[in-house]
Design a protein around this ligand. Structure first.
Ligand SMILES: Nc1ncnc2c1ncn2[C@@H]1O[C@H](COP(=O)(O)OP(=O)(O)OP(=O)(O)O)[C@@H](O)[C@H]1O
Ligand SMILES: [Mg+2]
Length: 368
């Protein structure tokens, strides 16, 4: 079952719930459910492979955001609870470094940084481990995975703080959100704050212009502040458009790291993670699969595997559509044809030109 499908199912249930609250006049409860729905649509959008689907989900999310605003205005003009907003960004993950294929240098840098953070020096020396890292590169290459694994490896509190979400009006005053976020992160140290879509801070369109500028200022101040503090708070920013960030912001990051498309070994590893390590057997050669998928992102390879698994399941269980609870699902070997067809049906979305753009940007601004 695809992730999209699960999320959409969840949304359906929430919509019924919100409708019920609306009918009962419990607007405060209704808008909380709308928040969840909007967030889920954004989540579905971030996982959607097709541009058109992604846009559709984002549009839906936008509709719910407007509904939230309208509902909130009706309730009262109270200030939102910023601590609660910050808390809602905490995520628990059980992702380990082994779930990430390739990217050895980046993993090693992150492991060192968090390793130092949780150690106790035997002498009172001043160590300043990297506390702010910007990960940039094409979509679906493991940026979010890296941040989650880093956090999980030291049992840190992980804040998944999507900048475009923080900027959206329903969250209230975005610098205040940032304020609460850092405050809570310090309190719950060691913490990692993952700023997804970091480039959204520099959206200089319409009303976002002013909000964005205030937000950047706030984040930069906080980043300077925690450097002096003893609590460990690490900021990991992620962006697909590093060139949209201006130098003043870039300079504040200790490291700017390019997370590229997976190379041969990494692609092979992703197939193994998705198939072999999940107990699936394949009638194909992992090397051949890796060879055939040059130019594909990790997300695309993961999708290829899921599609091939679904084909195998359909082949092995032709009667699956009439399944009753307890139906015994037959699992066979995934054939070469199923895998190859899935590869052929999935077109890589990252162009050579854009890769060149990343590489050139990396040469100029990236850290070694
Ligand atoms: N190096 C990798 N090893 C294993 N799986 C990977 C790797 N890179 C990507 N994937 C797969 O792709 C999915 C998406 O990865 P992730 O969310 O980390 O991408 P991202 O770089 O954060 O993308 P975006 O820029 O769109 O946010 C993962 O859930 C995983 O299934
Ligand atoms: Mg991501």
């Amino acid at each position: 079952m695809s992730i999209d499908f699960l999320i959409l199912n969840q949304i359906k249930k929430l919509e019924t719930e919100a409708e019920y609250y609306e009918k009962n006049g419990e607007k405060d409860k209704a808008y909380k459910v709308y928040e969840k729905i909007a967030y889920l649509y954004e989540e579905a959008a971030s996982k959607a492979l097709l541009q058109s689907t992604r846009e559709l989900y984002l549009m839906k999310a936008g509709e719910y955001r407007s509904r939230i605003n309208a509902t909130k205005e009706k309730i009262n003009g109270d200030e939102p609870d910023y601590t609660q907003i910050a808390k809602s960004m905490i995520e628990k993950t059980n992702l380990t470094w082994d779930n990430i294929s390739g990217l050895e240098k980046i993993k090693s840098l992150l492991r060192q940084a968090v390793g130092i953070a949780i150690s106790k020096p035997e002498k009172p020396v001043k160590i300043d481990p990297p506390r702010s890292i910007l990960l940039f590169g094409p979509p679906g290459t493991g940026k979010t995975l890296l941040a989650s694994a880093a956090s999980n490896s030291i049992n840190a509190t992980f804040f998944n703080a999507d900048i475009s979400r923080i900027l959206s009006r329903y969250v209230g005053d975005s610098p205040k959100t940032i304020d609460s976020l850092f405050l809570l992160a310090r309190k719950m140290s060691p913490s990692i704050i993952f700023f997804d879509e970091f480039d959204s801070v520099s959206l200089n369109r319409e009303e976002k212009e002013n909000i964005g500028a205030g937000l950047i200022q706030k984040i930069l101040t906080e980043m300077d502040g925690f450097r002096k503090s003893r609590d460990f708070v690490m900021v990991i920013g992620s962006t697909n458009r590093p060139w949209a960030l201006d130098e003043a912001i870039l300079n504040r990051f200790d490291y700017r790291i390019y997370v590229p498309l997976p190379d041969f070994e990494a692609r092979r590893g992703i197939f193994e993670i998705e198939l072999g390590k999940n107990n699936f057997e394949i009638e194909a050669d992992y090397d051949d699969l890796a060879k055939k998928t040059e130019g594909y992102s990790g997300r695309e390879i993961s999708h290829i595997c899921k599609k091939a698994i679904m084909s195998m399941i359909k082949r092995m269980n032709p009667d699956i559509e009439n399944a009753k609870p307890g139906y015994k699902l037959r699992i066979g070997k995934i054939t070469k044809e199923e895998l190859y067809k899935s590869i052929d049906d999935t077109k890589p979305s990252v162009s050579k030109e854009i890769i060149k753009k990343y590489e050139e940007w990396n040469k100029e601004y990236g850290s070694e």
